[in-house]
Structure formats: structure tokens, C-alpha cells
Design a protein around this ligand. Sequence first.
Ligand code: ASP
Ligand code: MG
Length: 469
Amino acid sequence: MAILVMKFGGASVGTTTALTQVLSIVLQEHERWDHLLLVVSALDGVTDALIEAAQLAQLSNRRGYRRIVATLRTRHMALVEQLPLGINERHALQADIDRLLFDMLGVCQDLASHTLDRPVTAAFDEIIGVGERLSARIVATLLRQNQLRGVAIDATDIIVTDAEYGHARPHINLTRERIRQNLIPMLTRAIVPVVTGFIGATETGRPTTLGRGGSDYTASILAVCADAKEVWMWTDVDGLMTADPQEVPSARNIPELSYDEVAELAYFGARILHARMIGPLRDHQIVLRIKNIFKPRDTGTLVHAISPDDPNTIKAATSIQGISLTARYSGPLMQINSLIDQALQSATNSRTEVMITSQSSTQTFVCFIIPTTIGPEALRATQADLLRCLQEAGLHDIWAISPVSVITMVGSHLGYMNRHITSALQALDQIEILALAEGPSRHKLSVVVDFADGEDALNHIHDVILNSD
Ligand code: ASP
Ligand code: MG
């Protein structure tokens, strides 16, 4: 039985125009595949608003979070009003939306009055996962109005995770068992499950979230556990691009990539995919396609196992923010790594990704990246915290902190001597390179430059990509 998993992102479910596209895509693929499994994100911007509501609740700002919940209610109700639904279905859906928001408001209230019987982080995950529960119900209702047996499924019932609230990891075996028991029988009854992305629950049933952008990860977990043949990620852009088109207007679509290349791209800043989703697909050789909902006939980007004699060109370049620490003389790096860890933990609640370290007799250099998913404020906050940690440890006279850009070139079998890499480095002639790092997989080379040089460096390297074929 051939199963296709399709994930629809926030922009694909946020407007009636996009939802109409979603419907026509689902109707079409329903004809072609034995079974469909759908995963949906919250409507665009909803998770951000929910996080803000949870933060205001924690500060006991009742007026603040109530205002946000009211705005979210209006937005979802307006969308439901515009959809072509029968009167009974519409009322049932509106009642569902009200109930979910009412329960969520209850959690905010407990948080605000400090009457929680569980960790604050657990309450946060209950609040911020509501966006997906709302959108899954909207999409399932729309399918039912169009002769498909759409059923909204809360992933809290099927994705079992650890209790690391905010960035939980799935227990694959337990999840596979739940899917076998609860989801597969639905497929055989011709139901099209619409599963909430982003969320799961602990073994005891406490809701968790998989990290920002986690709906992608949900799609890949479901695909692996249900033995799906392919995963299609629907977005509002033309697939993966040679660079972020917001930074490099001449960026163009990449038709084909290997799993390893995509894993590097996702990790080093291509915002379109969750970094952890690729590994499971690669291990099970499940084909991944990234497609634009407004151009369903276009092939988008195909990700699969590419033959070893694929030409070794640079296929894409990304830019990600980082922070570097430079010392005037070498010393043990151990202490500095744990300081970085502390600073990142307190500023961004995420773990260290020290990516480049180098020591010489005159200078020591450490550089780590700030995951793009944790927001624009993260760089400033981490820098301030790091400075505080260095001062407390009496090391601020030795180490200088500065923001850097890490430009990463991705392609199969890249090595230092590759002629494309040589041209790329030549193109950076006027820019000071602070450090270089090659990945162990030889699928990427990262160049660290001063933050102010980042945009130029990215554009120069991108020109090399455009001229390399
Ligand atoms: N809605 C969640 C987020 O904004 C998950 C996702 O969109 O993938 O992070
Ligand atoms: Mg996303």
C-alpha cells in the first residue's frame, strides 16, 4: 500500500485562496495514491502570537494575553466564515474553535495566578500547540465537505516524546506502535487523517512541542512510522533555492539534491526545513519533495539518494549568524566552551553548537552559530550574556566577542581542492576570512567572515554558483 505524507505549512492554510489550493491538491493526489496522511502547521504567525500570550500569562498580564486570544479567535472565525461550508459543519467547527481557545485560556489563567500543578514549560507547550489543533480541524472539515473522509487527529495521541518541553524528541518505537494501532486502521477505512504538526505528548499524556518549525519533523516521523513512500512539503515558494531569495534576489530553484546536502542546508540556515527531519528520511530512503502550493504542476525540489557520480558543483549557499570569540594567546578551550553553553542556555534556552575552533601559538578562535529558529533577538541577548559570563569568570580581558556571518557552501563531495571551491574562495578576495570549516561529510564548506561582510560574501559566492554550469 503506497502512502503519501503531505505537509502543509502555515502559509498554505492561512487564507481561503491557499486552502482552496490545498483542497484541489488533496483531491488530485487522493486519486493517485492508495492512502494520504496530511500534516498541518498553525496558520501563519499564530505560534508567535501564542508564545507571546504564554509569556504575558507568565508575567500575570491578564489583559495582554486575553487580547491575543481574542485576536486569534477573530482570525480563525473569519477564515471559517469565508470557507464554503454547510451550516451545521460550520457551527460545529466554530464550537470546536471556541472550546480549544477556552481551554487554552484556562491554562494561561493558571499560569498567571501561579496555580499550576505542572512545570511552567509544560504549560507553555500546552498553550503554543493550540494553533495546530485549530488548523487541523479547519482542514479536516473542508475535506469532509468535499467528499473526503477527513478526520482531525491530535498528534498528542500518536507521537510519544520525552519530557523536554519546547524541543521534545520522539520515541520512535512507541510512536510506531501507536500509529499501527490508531492511524493505519483509519487508512484502511478510507479516512484521510489530518494530523497536527509540531506537537506530541509524553508517555503519560502531557503535551509537548518538537521545536519551532517542528511540523516538518512531524511529517518525517509519521512517514517513517507508517512506512510511507514519499513526503511532500507544500510551501509558498518554489522549493529549495540556491540562496535565500530575500538576501540574494538572483537565487533560483534547485531541482535535485541528496539527503546529505539538504541536511547541511537545513542545519546551516535554509529556513524552509526543520534540521532534524532529514535524518529519518535518509535512513529509510523515503523520497522528499518540496513544492509550491500555487504551482502544483512544477516539480519543485526532489530530495533522494543521488548517485555517487553526481557532478560535484556547489549547489547552494546559506548565511547564518554566529558569534566568535578571539583570544590574544592560546589556552585551554574547555572553560570557554562551558561559558558559551551557559550563555546560550540562559539567553536562548538552546544548546551550544560550537562549530569552529582553532588554536595557534598566537591566537585562539571559537565560533558558534545561533539557530535561526530562535528569533532575531537571540544574537544580541546571547552576546550580552556571554559578556557577563566572561566578566564573572575574569576572562573578559583575554577574549574579544564579535558577531560573525557563517557562509556555508553545500554540494556533494566538496573538498578543499575542488575547483568550484577554489573559485568561491577567490571570489572572496577582498573579504577577510576569519576561519574555514569543512564538514566531515565533505558536503559543505563554511567560511566565517565579519558580520558586516556577510551579505557581500554570500552574493560573491552565489555568483560563482550561477556561473558554474
Ligand atoms: N507552528 C509551528 C511554528 O511556527 C510549527 C511549524 O510551523 O512547523 O514553529
Ligand atoms: Mg516551516
